[in-house]
Ligand binder design. Structure first.
Ligand code: PEP
Length: 249
C-alpha cells in the first residue's frame, strides 16, 4: 500500500505568522493516521517552520535546490543546508523553475542526485504545456521527463523518489485536469515504471498537481494511480489545506 502524500508548495508566499498558524492548526492528532503531509515554505522560513511544526504531523519541504556542494553560487541553497534544517522533501523540476529559470531535465538529474545524497526525498515534477497537450504530445513529453531522471539513476535510488504530475495548463489557473484526464497520464507513468521495475511501479508515489482544492481532492485520489497531491494556491489557507488533508485520508 502506498501512503498518500499531500504536499503544500507555498511558492514565493508566506510569512512568519503563517508558519505559526500552520503549526498551531496541525498540532494534535486529528489527521488520518495513514497520511503524510508536507509544507514547503520559502527558504527564509525553514528554521521557523522546523520549530513550529515539531510535534505536528507536518514534514518540512523545500521548493528547489542547487546541486553544487558549495561555493560561488550567489543566492543559491544546497542540499546539505536543507538537510541541516530538517527538510524531508524537495521539489525538483517544477514547471515554474523550468519555464522561468531555464532548468532542464539535466538539472533535475543533478538535483535529484544531490538531494538523495543528503537523505532528502526529491519530488520530481513533470507535465505538459497546453500546446503540447493540444498537439497530442502529453504522453511523450511526460514520459520523456520521467525517463530523463529515472533512467540514469541506480535502481536502488529510484525507490526514494516521488513523482508529481502537474499539467502546466492547470497550475494556478483554476483549471483542474478531470480525475479521468489525470488518471490517464498517471496510469501511463505507472505503466512506464512497470517496464523498468515491477516493484518500483507498485511502491512509487504519484501525486497530482494543478488547482487541487478541498472539493476535488477525494475524486482525484479515488483514481487508482493518484497517491496524493502537490498543492499550490490552496495550500496557503490553513483551513483549506487542512480540509484537503482530511479528504485525502
Ligand atoms: C504547484 O505550483 O505545484 C501547483 C499545483 O499550484 P496550484 O495548486 O496553485 O495550481
Amino acid at each position: 500500500m502506498r501512503t498518500p502524500l499531500i504536499a503544500g508548495n507555498w511558492k514565493m508566499n508566506g510569512s512568519a505568522e503563517r508558519i505559526r498558524a500552520f503549526g498551531d492548526a496541525f498540532a494534535g492528532d486529528r489527521l488520518p493516521a495513514a497520511l503524510d503531509v508536507a509544507v514547503m515554505p520559502p527558504f527564509p522560513y525553514l528554521q521557523a517552520a522546523q520549530h513550529a511544526f515539531a510535534g505536528t504531523p507536518l514534514a518540512l519541504g523545500a521548493q528547489a535546490l542547487n546541486p553544487e556542494p558549495a561555493g560561488a553560487h550567489t543566492g543559491e541553497v544546497n542540499a546539505a543546508m536543507l538537510a541541516e534544517f530538517g527538510v524531508a522533501y524537495v521539489l525538483v523540476g517544477h514547471s515554474e523553475r523550468r519555464q522561468h529559470y531555464g532548468e532542464t531535465d539535466a538539472d533535475a538529474c543533478r538535483q535529484v542526485e544531490a538531494a538523495l545524497a543528503f537523505g532528502l526525498t526529491p519530488v520530481l515534477c513533470v507535465g505538459e504545456t497546453l500546446a503540447q497537450r493540444e498537439a497530442g504530445a502529453t504522453r511523450e513529453v511526460v514520459l520523456g521527463q520521467v525517463a530523463a531522471v529515472l533512467d540514469p539513476l541506480e535502481a536502488a535510488l529510484r525507490k526514494r523518489l516521488v513523482v508529481a504530475y502537474e499539467p502546466v495548463w492547470a497550475i494556478g489557473t483554476g483549471l483542474t485536469a478531470t480525475p479521468e484526464e489525470a488518471q490517464a497520464t498517471m496510469g501511463d507513468i505507472r505503466a512506464w515504471l512497470e517496464t523498468r521495475d515491477a516493484e518500483l511501479a507498485q511502491s512509487l508515489r504519484l501525486l497530482y498537481g494543478g488547482s487541487m482544492k478541498a472539493d476535488n481532492t477525494a475524486a482525484l485520489l479515488a483514481q487508482p494511480d493518484i497517491d496524493g497531491g502537490l498543492v499550490g494556491g490552496a495550500s496557503l489557507q490553513v483551513d483549506e489545506f487542512y480540509a484537503i488533508c482530511q479528504s485525502a485520508g
